[in-house]
Design a protein around this ligand. Structure first.
Ligand SMILES: *Cc1c(COP(=O)(O)O)cnc(C)c1O
Length: 430
């Protein structure tokens, strides 16, 4: 990998202009398939004797540039892009696990991921134990004979708990299982989980990396630091029936996982990213670092302002002095704590709903990481299908409002919220 710094890699990694007609921008290779030189060439590509493009479900030159760029900025050895963040998570787990396997996961997860692990995967015989991530030893305690992965979010959405990745990674290491980290909210501009022991990093590119709410995408980044030959993953050390007897660990060593995810995961589950979306996401990635810095500054300032408001009962932002995650935040997120702020209001569910319904700049919708500010009341929307206990464990209380603070002028954001606060039923404010 290149030894350039973050912002340089975000602009240049993976794009050799001499191979792409001198194009300064990354071109969109909108082609479904690729012409083989002859049948022997095709046989070599299918047999992995030579790397090259076959079919866009498996690989594409535009996607390849995005993949190299993401691997560079996360400090991984290789990456794979997918149709969405959810596809990245599902593809990772389907490549890694089989019926009868078990996952230990943080109980503070994105709602969609929580449902995948708690409802859908059990139908396929893959079960998950959810643990309170604030005590890293909880992960080790929940590991069983058949546990094959630990899954967390570096900065939980929407609980905003900053995890002690280093400590959790040692639990995974002693159990000889890979440590999977969804780094969507923190972004590689603020945190690189691989530096703290992650083996596989996952992103929803839909959020901050694309950054303007115009394209879905996901990514899997392989740190290349997991020993797949440790006895727990025979699919990597024995001939693969799904790939004419290929032994991944022998054939491609440290990139065994990401290669298997590509040639079996994308081939069989088909969650490929459209090259048009890859192009769009590349435009966003160019400015990730400066955007996330500004998102973080706006979010911290707004969180401090919310703390001064009489309508507000509590504010959660990892950068606040009052945050119970402040020490961890100083250790893991010194450059900024990203753009998500949650807070509670007097009057609970009804007041929170009212505020979400009455902002004008903050758009009421289910997304984060847009340059435009967003608001949602999870208990009445994204998390309404969860029962009370599940709402509680995912950190979603009835009075919780989640803001995804955008790049607008801070004063405009404050007055927008102030106007929405004015619509709360006055009787609950006394
Ligand atoms: C949005 C999100 C996902 C899912 O990504 P999609 O691109 O929407 O499929 C996964 N994890 C986290 C933390 C997210 O915020």
């Amino acid at each position: 990998m290149s030894d350039h710094k973050f912002s340089t890699n975000a602009l240049h990694a993976g794009h050799d202009t001499t191979l792409n007609g001198g194009t300064r921008a990354v071109p969109i290779y909108q082609s479904t398939a690729y012409v083989f030189n002859n049948s022997d060439h095709a046989a070599n590509l299918f047999g992995l004797a030579e790397f090259g493009n076959i079919y866009t479900r498996i690989n594409n030159p535009t996607n390849d540039i995005l993949e190299q760029r993401l691997a560079a900025i996360e400090g991984g050895v290789a990456a794979l892009v997918t149709a969405s963040g959810t596809a990245a998570i599902a593809t990772t787990l389907m490549v890694l696990l089989k019926s009868g396997d078990h996952i230990v996961a943080s109980n503070s997860l994105y709602g969609g991921t929580y449902n995948l692990l708690s409802v859908t995967l059990p139908r396929l015989g893959i079960t998950t134990t959810f643990v309170d991530p604030s005590d890293p030893s909880n992960f080790g305690k929940a590991v069983k004979e058949n546990t094959r992965a630990i899954f967390v979010e570096s900065l939980g959405n929407p609980k905003l708990d900053v995890l002690d990745l280093k400590a959790i990674s040692s639990e995974a290491k002693s159990a000889k299982i890979p440590f999977l980290v969804d780094n969507t909210v923190a972004t590689p501009a603020l945190l690189n989980p691989i530096e703290h022991g992650a083996n596989i990093v996952i992103h929803s590119l839909t959020k901050y990396i694309n950054g303007n709410g115009t394209a879905l995408g996901g990514a899997i980044i392989d740190a290349g630091n997991f020993d797949w030959a440790n006895g727990k993953f025979p699919e990597f050390t024995e001939p693969s029936a799904g790939y004419h007897g290929l032994v991944y660990h022998e054939a491609v060593g440290p990139i065994a996982f990401i290669i298997k995810a590509r040639i079996e995961g994308l081939r069989d589950f088909g969650a490929a990213l459209s090259p048009f979306n890859a192009f769009q996401i590349i435009q966003g990635l160019e400015t990730l670092e400066i955007r996330v810095k500004k998102h973080s500054e706006n979010a911290l300032a707004l969180a401090k302002w919310l703390e001064t408001r009489s309508e507000v009962t509590w504010v959660n932002y990892p950068g606040l002095a009052s945050s119970r995650f402040k020490a961890q935040s100083d250790a893991y997120l010194p450059k900024g704590q990203s753009g998500i702020v949650t807070f509670g209001v007097k009057g609970g569910f009804e007041s929170a709903k009212k505020i979400a319904d009455n902002t004008k700049l903050f758009s009421l919708l289910a997304n984060i990481g847009d340059s435009k500010s967003l608001i949602i009341h999870p208990a009445s929307t994204t998390h309404q299908q969860l029962d009370d206990a599940a709402q509680e464990s995912t950190g979603v209380t009835k009075d919780l409002i989640r803001l995804s603070v955008g790049l607008e002028d801070l004063e405009d954001l404050k007055s927008d919220l102030e106007n929405a606060f004015a619509t709360i039923d006055k009787s609950v404010l006394a």
